[in-house]
Write a protein that binds this ligand. Structure first.
Ligand code: NAP
Length: 278
């Protein structure tokens, strides 16, 4: 029997789905027939959405949603669920990087990286799980009907897949990026922790850790020594190239399939062209 990835009737929520790896994930899900909800913060992706909608005849809905603004995130979860439908798969993909020696890094830079890369995926997932359980998305709400009785198992049949990084596993070199590395190590561990916590609700949560992927994030190393960084990154990757974002998008679609991935949870899949084998 051929293995097919058919996401017709499924609704997928992708943060930062309008560009880079997020766009590749959006494209792969669109090819598989999913209905898609994407968020953005700085670049409205309407143009690319129009193209994908025409090409794949799927519907794609766009919301402005800075990941660190928990109030807005909860609002978007409620709004999108009402306007588009109940979400089946959540892909916290949005992230930012910072190349900075620790001794030069300001508190606000550290905050920015942690809030965007670590806190935002956790609060997004918390909002969705509370919503799926029939609770208010906000922890502070006085109208909260409370969670299911302790010990009760429910099968919500939901998937969460976070975009982490091999930077959470090995210390990338020669650039200095302690905040980014720690944020990604934290995110990978958050997925493992939540896999255990939410298994009883029928929610699987996994992560991927890509190596270097050709996107805006790595395209402009700083002038000076930064010019040599890209050469070193490539040389340190056994396949001698960066990933094309589509190679990551396809893998995410494979990992979120309700048919093929139902027993996989708390797993981090490294997709790095062999970088971490050296
Ligand atoms: N490129 C790599 O080599 C690489 C390797 C491993 C892991 N990753 C991870 O892959 C993910 C995507 O990275 P990328 O390479 O595609 O980077 P990118 O091209 O720079 O795209 C970043 C995405 O994140 C969104 N975003 C940034 N700050 C946000 C915020 N505060 N709130 C909501 N959305 C925000 C952006 O939205 P706007 O378009 O609205 O700005 C954009 O869609 C990140 O988590 C990154 O850490 C990347």
């Amino acid at each position: 029997m051929p293995v097919t990835l058919d996401y017709n009737g499924k609704i997928v929520f992708i943060t930062g789905g309008g560009r880079g790896i997020g766009l590749a994930i959006t494209t792969a899900f669109a090819r598989a027939g999913a209905t898609i909800i994407i968020t953005y913060t700085s670049k409205d992706p309407q143009e690319v959405v129009k193209k994908l909608t025409e090409e794949y005849k799927v519907s794609i809905h766009v919301y402005h949603c800075p990941g660190e603004d928990t109030t807005r995130v909860n609002e978007v979860i409620d709004l999108a669920s009402k306007e588009v439908g109940e979400v089946d798969i959540v892909v916290p993909n949005a992230g930012v990087s910072l190349w900075r020696d620790c001794i030069d890094m300001s508190d606000s830079e550290l905050d920015w990286i942690m809030k965007t890369n670590l806190y935002a995926p956790i609060t997004l997932c918390r909002g969705f799980v509370r919503h799926w359980l029939g609770m208010s998305t906000s922890v502070q709400s006085s109208e909260d009907p409370g969670k299911p009785p302790a010990g009760e198992r429910v099968n919500l049949n939901k998937r969460i897949l976070c975009v982490s990084s091999i930077s959470g596993i090995v210390n990338m070199n020669p650039q200095r990026q302690v905040a980014y590395n720690v944020s990604k190590a934290g995110l990978t561990m958050a997925c493992k922790s939540l896999a255990g916590e939410w298994a009883k609700y029928g929610i699987t949560i996994n992560s991927i850790s890509p190596g270097y992927v050709a996107t805006d994030m790595i395209k402009d190393p700083p002038p000076g020594e930064g010019r040599e960084w890209a050469d070193k990154w490539r040389k340190d990757t056994p396949v001698d190239r960066f990933a094309d974002a589509s190679e990551i998008g396809q893998m995410v679609v494979l990992m979120c399939s309700t048919e093929s991935s139902s027993f996989m949870t708390g797993h981090d899949l490294v997709i790095d062209g062999g970088f971490t084998t050296y």
